[in-house]
Structures are given as structure tokens and as C-alpha cells.
Design a binder for this molecule. Structure first.
Ligand SMILES: CC(=O)Oc1ccc2c(C)cc(=O)oc2c1
Length: 282
């Protein structure tokens, strides 16, 4: 599969690059960004941290606002940030054009409902198509971890927990932990997956974690700002803690007083998350 380079910037001794490519699973052109730390090449390969962004974001928000490059360069970690949904002509959006469904809000699921199923196959895109592309075109050493924010934190937890053994570690900032039972999740899952709530369970991190064998669970780190406006209405980290207790799995939940839902919060703790992943990736 061929890639088209659309941006190229030297940063902290490494390279930030943006590419577009034809996605077979999403049936449209997709864009992603990658950071290549200094010194990586075919003879010195590096592990990859996949970053899943939240509602309204593209591949650009994390790269421009998270302040992750200096530490990723130091640790020798490749960062990959995909877009949050398919886009382009013919890609269905929310009929009301709202921010929490449709474009910029793919929720990292494989849609089964019309008219979304033609393009919204973000689960397969993140789990299969994108890693294959990264491994084909860049010097990745085959080890990967996953992280994300809010809707992307939900995506990271779900993908890490459904693919045990594939991601060395999983982390999330302010994740939507229980989309089965919160307004953002109920709206998105009804639209993408239909009325049968049983089919939603495969995309709910609380549901998945409560059934995860403790000896197979990847190391988990979750950071949550305590002044986050969405904490009680949408995020509910205490439900993830309860699921971890049910499965006897260890989950590190860090609660940070005063922090909100923004990239001010993410940029304050991204170094900690990178160092957490580096322990298992190296
Ligand atoms: C750039 C930025 O601030 O991103 C951002 C803002 C708000 C949200 C909300 C409300 C939810 C989410 O999933 O992601 C997200 C991302």
C-alpha cells in the first residue's frame, strides 16, 4: 500500500511526518501522523506507541499539543496518531452535525448499521490495517503499546483488552470507561451498532476488564483530572476500578486534583505515560 507524505518537520532531533493513504477497511483516504525518534532506521528499529485521540480531534491535536516528542526521542519510541474517523466525500456524518457522532467521532468500532458501515470500520483500521502499514514502511521492531484520550482512551482500553498479548501495555487519559451506560456511548453505539445492546459489550472496557484473566491482562495506567467537566456524566473511572476488582486485575488509576479534560492535562502527564510504556516496550 502506498503512502503520500503531506508534512515533514524535524523536532527534538527526530521527525514528525503526516501521511495520507487509501484505507481498504474504511473504504476512503485516511491520514495519520508519525514521530520517528532520532537514530531509528532499518538497522536500529524501535517500538511503537499508538495514540488514539478524542472527539473532534484529527491526527494533529496530539502531535501539536501533547508535548510528547522530547521524552519519546529520549526513550526511542515511535509515536503513531491516526485520525478519529473516516472522512471525505460520501462518508456519512451525524444528521444533526453534532460533535459526538460521525466525523471526528468514530468511537473505534466496526459499524454494522447503515449508512455508517460502508466507512466506519475504525476497530479493524487501528488493530490491523494501520499496524501492517506502519510495519511495512517504518523501522518498527514489532513491539507495540496503546494509549489515548477520552473517546480514544475508551478505544485504547478496548483494543488492549480484546487483543491480549499484542500490546505490551495500555494507558488512558480520562477514558470513557463504560460507553454502554453513558450518554456519549449510548448515542454512538446505537448509531453504529444498532439496538441490540448485547453487541455493544465487545466495545465496553468495564465489561471486557471484568472478564479478563488476571495473568493475561497487560499493565494498565489510567490518569484522570478531578476538575474534568465530564467526570460524572460520561467518564466514570470508578466503574473501571470495580471491573478490575471483579477480575482481580491490577489497575493503576491516578486522580489529579484541579486538572480538566484538555491537552493541558495530557501534556502534564504524557511523560509519565511514555515512561510507563517504555518499561514494557524495551
Ligand atoms: C484538542 C482537545 O481539546 O480535544 C478534545 C476536547 C474535548 C473532548 C471531549 C469533550 C471528548 C473527547 O472524547 O475528546 C475531546 C478532545
Amino acid at each position: 500500500m502506498s503512502l503520500e507524505l503531506i508534512a515533514n518537520n524535524k523536532v527534538h532531533g527526530g521527525w514528525h511526518k503526516r501521511y495520507s493513504h487509501k484505507s481498504t477497511v474504511n473504504n476512503c483516504t485516511m491520514t495519520f501522523a508519525i514521530f520517528l525518534p532520532p537514530g531509528v532506521d532499518e538497522t536500529a528499529k524501535a517500538p511503537v506507541l499508538y495514540w488514539l485521540s478524542g472527539l473532534t480531534c484529527t491526527d494533529e491535536n496530539f502531535m501539536q499539543k501533547a508535548a510528547a516528542f522530547k521524552t519519546a526521542a529520549e526513550l526511542g519510541i515511535i509515536l503513531v496518531a491516526p485520525d478519529t474517523s473516516p472522512r471525505g466525500e460520501g462518508v456519512a456524518d451525524d444528521p444533526e452535525g453534532s460533535y459526538d457522532f460521525g466525523l471526528g467521532a468514530g468511537f473505534y468500532v466496526n459499524a454494522t448499521e447503515e449508512p455508517y458501515k460502508q466507512h466506519y470500520q475504525m476497530y479493524d483500521y487501528i488493530c490491523t490495517e494501520l499496524p501492517a502499514l506502519i510495519d511495512e514502511h517504518f523501522p518498527s521492531n514489532g513491539k507495540k503499546a496503546i494509549s489515548g484520550h477520552s473517546m480514544g482512551g475508551h478505544g485504547a482500553l478496548v483494543i488492549g483488552l480484546r487483543n491480549l498479548g499484542q500490546y505490551t501495555s495500555v494507558s488512558a487519559f480520562a477514558p470513557i470507561t463504560n460507553p454502554l451506560n453513558c450518554p456519549w456511548g449510548e448515542k454512538a453505539f446505537s448509531g453504529y451498532l444498532g439496538k441490540d445492546r448485547e453487541s455493544w459489550k465487545a466495545y465496553d472496557s468495564c465489561e471486557l476488564l471484568s472478564h479478563t484473566p488476571a495473568d493475561k491482562c497487560p499493565p494498565l495506567l489510567v490518569s484522570q483530572g478531578m476538575s474534568d467537566n465530564f467526570l460524572e456524566s460520561q467518564l466514570r473511572p470508578e466503574r473501571l476500578v470495580a471491573a478490575a476488582e471483579q477480575a482481580d486485575v491490577s489497575l493503576c488509576l491516578e486522580q489529579h486534583p484541579g486538572y480538566d479534560h484538555s491537552y493541558f492535562f495530557i501534556s502534564s502527564f504524557i511523560d509519565q505515560h511514555l515512561r510507563f510504556h517504555a518499561q514494557y516496550l524495551s
